[in-house]
Design a protein around this ligand. Structure first.
Ligand code: HEC
Ligand code: HEC
Length: 266
C-alpha cells in the first residue's frame, strides 16, 4: 500500500476518518466551550461569546458590561497585635464614657443591654475597636451600626474600646468546673475540624480578637453564628468563625447560644 494512495481523497478510509475526527472536534468544542459553560447560572456565563471566553479562561473584564466572576467582598482591614490598646489611661476612658452616651440607648447604661443587642461591658478592647472599624469600612454591615460608626475617628474608637473594657464584665454564674458546658464548647468536633469554642473564646485559652461571649443574648449569638455560616458576616480574619459555623449542626448552634447566654442571668 503506497502512501500516495493512503492520503488521497479518493481513499474512502482516509476521507471517512478525517471527517469523523473533524466531527468529534466540533462536537467537543460545542460541548466544552458553549454547552457546559452555558449550563452555569451565573450571569457572566450567559451568551455564546461569554461562554466561550470564560471556558477559554479569558478575563471577564475584557467584556464590557459583564460583572466579574469573582466578586470582591470587603474583608477586615484591622491588624491585631498583642500591644494594641494595651494601656489606655484614664483620659481615654473618660472620653470614651462621654462618647458612649450615644450608645446607651441600645447597649445599656453600663454596657449591659436588656434587649437583644450585644453587651459591651468588659468586652476586650481590641474586639470593640475592631468591630467598630469593620462597621466603618463595611467589612461588617448592620443597618443600625453602620451609620453609628460612620463618623467616629480612630481616637473615638480607641476611647470607646477603653471605656467598655473598663466596665465590669458579666461573670459566669454557672459552676466553674464547666460540667454543664456542651461538648461543642469544651471539645469541639474534631471529625468536622471544629476546635473547641473555649480554645479561642476563653475557658481553655483566649485568642486575640475572639470576643467575650458570656452573657451575650442567646438570640444574638445564634444570629451571628447563622450569619457566619451563610457568609453574610465575613469580617472574621482568615475565616476563623465561618469555618467553625459552617460545620456546626443546628443543635450545636442552639446549645452554644444557650450555654453562653446562661452565664448572664445575674
Ligand atoms: C440604635 C441602637 C444602637 C446604637 C445607638 C448603637 N448600637 Fe452598637 N449595636 C447595635 C446592634 C443591633 C448591634 C448588633 C449588630 C449585628 O447584629 O451585627 C450592635 C453591635 C455593636 C458592636 C459589636 C459587638 C459585638 O459583640 O460584636 C459594637 C462594638 C457596638 N455595637 C458599639 C457601639 C457603639 C460604640 C455605639 C455608640 C457610638 C453604638 N454601638 C450604638 C445597636 C446599636
Ligand atoms: C479559632 C478560634 C475560634 C474558635 C475555635 C471559635 N471562635 Fe468564635 N470567634 C473567633 C473570632 C476571632 C471572632 C471575632 C470575629 C471578628 O473579627 O469579628 C469570633 C466571633 C464569634 C461570635 C460573634 C461574637 C460577637 O460578639 O459578635 C460568636 C457568637 C462566636 N464566635 C461563637 C463561637 C462558638 C459557639 C464557637 C464554638 C463552636 C466558636 N465561636 C469557636 C474565633 C473563634
Amino acid at each position: 500500500m503506497s502512501s500516495e494512495r493512503l492520503f488521497s481523497l479518493r481513499n474512502p478510509w482516509f476521507t471517512t476518518s478525517v471527517a469523523a475526527i473533524v466531527g468529534i472536534a466540533i462536537f467537543s468544542a460545542v460541548v466544552g466551550f458553549i454547552w457546559l459553560p452555558s449550563a452555569q447560572s451565573d450571569a457572566p456565563f450567559q451568551g455564546i461569546w461569554n461562554a466561550i471566553c470564560s471556558a477559554a479562561g479569558v478575563p471577564q473584564s475584557w467584556l464590557p458590561g459583564s460583572t466579574p466572576v469573582v466578586s470582591s467582598t470587603q474583608t477586615s482591614t484591622v491588624r491585631l497585635t498583642a500591644g494594641l490598646l494595651a494601656d489606655p489611661g484614664p483620659i481615654s476612658i473618660g472620653r470614651g464614657a462621654t462618647l458612649a452616651l450615644r450608645c446607651t440607648m441600645c447597649h445599656g447604661e453600663r454596657g449591659v443591654s436588656n434587649a437583644n443587642t450585644p453587651n459591651l461591658a468588659g468586652q476586650y478592647p481590641v474586639v470593640v475597636y475592631k468591630e467598630l472599624i469593620d462597621f466603618q469600612t463595611g467589612a461588617r454591615t448592620n443597618a443600625v451600626m453602620t451609620p453609628m460608626a460612620k463618623n467616629l475617628s480612630d481616637q473615638d474608637m480607641r476611647d470607646l474600646a477603653a471605656y467598655y473594657a473598663y466596665l465590669p464584665k458579666i461573670v459566669p454564674v454557672r459552676s466553674s468546673d464547666g460540667a454543664q458546658a456542651p461538648e461543642i464548647v469544651l471539645t469541639g468536633a474534631p471529625m468536622r475540624n471544629i476546635a473547641p469554642c473555649a480554645s479561642c473564646h476563653g475557658g481553655i485559652d483566649n485568642k486575640i480578637g475572639s470576643p467575650w461571649l458570656n452573657g451575650l443574648p442567646a438570640a444574638y449569638i445564634k444570629a451571628q453564628l447563622l450569619a457566619f455560616e451563610s457568609g453574610v458576616r465575613h469580617n472574621d480574619i482568615s475565616g476563623q468563625m465561618r469555618n467553625v459555623a459552617r460545620q456546626m449542626t443546628p443543635e450545636e448552634i442552639d446549645a452554644a447560644a444557650q450555654y453562653y447566654a446562661a452565664a448572664g442571668t445575674h
